[in-house]
Ligand binder design. Sequence first.
Ligand code: ADP
Length: 426
Amino acid sequence: MKTENKTTPAAPRKVLVVNAGSSSLKFMLFSMEGEIMLARGIVERIGLEGTRLKYFRHDERQLVEEAPVSDHDGALRLICGKLVDPDCGVIESLAAVEAIGHRVVHGGEKFHDSITVDDEVKRIIREYAILAPLHNPPNLSGIEACERVFPGVPNVAVFDTAFHHSMPPASYLYAIPYNYYERYGIRKYGFHGTSHKYVAYATARFLGKDISELRLITCHLGNGSSITAVDRGKVADTSMGMTPLPGLVMGTRCGDIDPAVVLYLVRQGMSADEIDHLLNKKSGLLGVAGIGSSDMRDIIAAAEKGNQQASRALWMFVHRLVSYIGSYYTILHGAHAVVFTGGIGENSAYIRARVVSQLGVLGCHLDEGKNNVSGQPAVISDERSTLKAIVMPTNEELMIARETARILTSSADPSRPQASPGGNNS
Ligand code: ADP
């Protein structure tokens, strides 16, 4: 029997991607035909002194100017003015923007996928501010600014947590009494999901394989770093947790730490806010290297000049990453590739060489000549390697634009919230 004749909505031709932070609003405008980035930029220091707009057009034309705005609405209107400017613009009118995709950090347990924004979706994003107090409120403010500036244009929320929803309970539960999960939603959610998903699929395409054939270990190494075991397109485990604090050694975050350290510090008289600041902003490479920088380039330069603490920070970074790779290789029952992405993963041949030199036992051997790449896809392991090492630049904005188009053109809407906190989704 023939089913009803549903028409699939037309794909949006131009998609604006918005990433709203507490004092910044980043954007990228894509023409989806050929996935071409038309313009990108940022309004930074919103609500502070020295608010600035940096605007870059696809043809390298760029401008930096003072931005007399004090909120996300003002920032967005300023950006829109540039997008349609006869001199530096890329579209004739704002009507060309047919959809807007938003980065939203925390989708908690209810969002397993990207979703078209409505009042209920906004309510839940607001509710999850308890899990991401620094991110979800500004993300929501960016959505609401778009609703005002682009009335009638659909907004799609793309969550950093969504890709990780395929994790099994053995990976996402913490070994504390189960009712804490049920009552408070205390569990691992994972972050950087949009990036891990993008590089997993891009790696499959690069290798000429289908994602369903591959077991991958994706390493997103930037200021914030995380690693994910991707089993044929589904997440088997990931290193960040209920918050982005655990896992790898990061620029200023400590990564994995004995939770009793926190209790010890409380008993020494430190407040929750002080410990939060210590572990999120003063730790990681910044805290260990002690050179006043969390930038990997500075840490490497200091280590090469013989700074012992910088050397120690580097080894900790590499050691933690290698131990996760070993663990994920095991839970994946072997893997096809370790994939490096993010500012460090894409650009630092030095860090990649140090990591891969520890992976011989897993059948991964560096080809030093091939490792000499920056910011482009490449296999950097040698011919005999049974576990490949790959560099794959991430593109979270393009992934958000693709997700936006996918959600708006899928006739059924599989993306509505599915489970309530404490529900036993697996
Ligand atoms: P974010 O997490 O803020 O998006 P990025 O992914 O841009 O960060 O990564 C920033 C990190 O990448 C910084 O630590 C920077 O030092 C590092 N990085 C960028 N280029 C290089 C390089 N050539 N060598 C080593 N580290 C680099």
